[in-house]
Design a binder for this molecule. Structure first.
Ligand SMILES: CC(C)(COP(=O)(O)OP(=O)(O)OC[C@H]1O[C@@H](n2cnc3c(N)ncnc32)[C@H](O)[C@@H]1OP(=O)(O)O)[C@@H](O)C(=O)NCCC(=O)NCCS
Length: 186
C-alpha cells in the first residue's frame, strides 16, 4: 500500500518575538524578516511530511496586509495543503499579537511550493496526503485551483510576451507615470 501521512502529522507553528533589530527605517518589521520566518516554517512542515530534505521552489500570495510592530509576537501556522509527486504546497497563516492588549491581527496568508530531494539532489517522491477535516479539503481544492490558474497564467503570459513589439506596443505606456528618454524612440 502507498504510504500516506495525515495533514495533522506535519502541522507546524513557529512563534517569534519581534525584536528591535528586525525593524526597518520606519520602525516596522522588515518584510524580509517575515519572508525568512515563512521559509523556515514551510521547510519544517514540508520536510516533516516528506521525511526528506526539501527546497523552496516558488512562493504565492505574499501580500503584507498590515504592518507589524517591534514587541509583537508573530505566529506562523503552516500545514501541507497539497502534494504532487515530489512537490508539496505549504499554506502559511501569519498572525501578529500585541501581548499587552491581546489584540491580534492577521497579516497574511502565503503558499510555498517545496520539492523533496534525495541524497543525489534529485526530486524525491513524497507520501500521499490524508485530508482529515473540511478545512483540509477546502485548502487542498484551493491549492489545485491555484496550480491550474498559475499554469494558465504562465502560458498566457509567455504567449503575450512573445507577441510584444517595442514599436507597436508603446501605447501600453499611455496614462502610466512613466517617461521615455527621447533618444530611445526611433
Ligand atoms: C525545482 C527543481 C527541484 C526542479 O527540478 P527538475 O529536475 O526540473 O524536476 P521536475 O521537473 O521533475 O520538477 C520537480 C517538481 O517540482 C515542481 N516544480 C518545478 N518548478 C516549479 C515551479 N516553478 N513552481 C512550482 N512547482 C514547480 C514540478 O511540478 C515537480 O512537481 P511534482 O514532482 O510534484 O510533479 C530544481 O529546479 C531546483 O532544485 N531548483 C532550485 C531550488 C532551490 O535551491 N531553492 C532554494 C532557493 S535558493
Amino acid at each position: 500500500m502507498e504510504k500516506s501521512k495525515p495533514v495533522s502529522y506535519s502541522r507546524t507553528t513557529i512563534t517569534e518575538l519581534m525584536i528591535p533589530s528586525y525593524a526597518n527605517f520606519g520602525g516596522k518589521i522588515h518584510g524580509g524578516i517575515l519572508l525568512s520566518l515563512m521559509d523556515k516554517v514551510a521547510y519544517a512542515c514540508a520536510s516533516k511530511h516528506a521525511g526528506a530534505y526539501v527546497v523552496t521552489v516558488s512562493v504565492d500570495g505574499v501580500n503584507f496586509l498590515q504592518p507589524i510592530e517591534v514587541g509583537e509576537l508573530v505566529s506562523l501556522m503552516a500545514s501541507v495543503n497539497y502534494v504532487g509527486r515530489s512537490s508539496l504546497v505549504v499554506g502559511i497563516r501569519v498572525i501578529s499579537e500585541n501581548v499587552i492588549t491581546g489584540e491580534q491581527k492577521h497579516t497574511n496568508n502565503s503558499y510555498f511550493t517545496m520539492v523533496a530531494k534525495d541524497e543525489e539532489g534529485k526530486p524525491k517522491e513524497v507520501p500521499f496526503l490524508t485530508l482529515e477535516t473540511e478545512d483540509d479539503v477546502r485548502r487542498c481544492l484551493e491549492a489545485i485551483k491555484r496550480k491550474q490558474l498559475r499554469e494558465k497564467f504562465k502560458d498566457d503570459f509567455d504567449n503575450e510576451k512573445s507577441c510584444l513589439h517595442l514599436d507597436e506596443d508603446l501605447h501600453l505606456l499611455d496614462g502610466q507615470r512613466i517617461k521615455l528618454k527621447k533618444k530611445l524612440i526611433q
